[in-house]
Design a protein around this ligand. Sequence first.
Ligand code: GTR
Length: 417
Amino acid sequence: LGEDFAEAQQKKANYDESQIAPYTLPDLLQTATGKHVSTAEDWTQLRRPEILALFEQHVYGKTPAPSTWGKVDFKVTEVKKDALGGKATRKFIHISLPEHPAWKGMEVMLYTPNGLGKPAPCFVGPSFGGNHAVSTEKDVPLSTRWMRPNKEKNIIDNKATEESRGNESSRWPLEMIIAQGCAVATYYYGDIEPDHADGWKEGLRAALSKDGAATEWKDGDWGAIGAWSWGLQRIADYLETDSDVNAKQLAVIGHSRLGKTSLWTGAQDQRFGVVISNNSGEGGAAIMRRNFGETTAVITKAFPHWFTKTYTSYSNNEASCPIDKHMLIALAAPRAIYIASAVEDEWADPKGEFLSGLNAEPVFALFGKKGYGVREQPAIDTPVGDTIAYHVRTGKHDVTSYDWEQYLKFVKRHFEK
Ligand code: GTR
């Protein structure tokens, strides 16, 4: 039903804590055969693979095996050594699948700091608006792909326009990130497939299926979030070949639906040493058993294509789902994870986002890693935590420089240890 349906539901949702029915979270530390997990080794060998498979089966679907997509081609199409007034080097990399030309490939934009004297830690995240929307540099090629209609952002007839340049730049403070000695790699999520119910037919998922768009996606097959996440993982493949980046210091980041994508990427691909969820909400960090703000019923009606088909069966039926989102956070362990909320973003259930991190702590503890250090949601603009961190900032659903200040500190703290 799409964005309008989701927006209309925002006014009708429950925002009253006292109206949340009591619930029990699935046990993180008990295996399918009833064994209690009490060591890091048992977590890694037994329980982690089980939980990953549950998320594939019930939530996001299974990412096809590498043999499905075959060779991945990286072509560096531009290197500009004096980007951002000389402070950074900007590269464009075209990533494609020579064995699956029906997929048009993706354009990665990479900024690395000049004069650092060593390979830089790198943030990797998708954008909503394309590279030209992330950067304000006028020579960034305008994306020609399908975009969600948005007059305010100067997206006309589903296409970017010259006026849409920089319209996402407040969410990507490139100068600030570069000044802190970090790199950024990003791509337009629509390079993978257009974000609507039939988008998969024109994108990667159809290109990789045996009969193109002829067969509908079944239970257990990957949804759009899985496909967008695949794109982030191919960027990591490229970064492993680029000597300006320290591929052992990658942080995956995303906002909202792309925050859900970031979490699923961190769960699947352990090359990301830091995982960042910005206002990921329902289908992301928020506990699904809490009826607060967006619900499983709403999200799977509005955006069924984001998930595997099975997920829809948990509408108004969350208790029967074998996972909840503390298990998604736990899949990041023992790596570092940052969960961020915004106080006015009640639709995303800030407290539910906090609680998933809190309830993931027992897994991090198996590795001797500390979580929040508090049991209650902290005051506004008061970040907490060690290997699992959290803040709820002033303001609305967005990515702000306040958020980035915390992420930069977090990334440095974890990678400089
Ligand atoms: C909303 C949706 C949220 C969130 C958001 C976004 O309409 O209900 O789950 O993903 O879109 O991605 O901006």
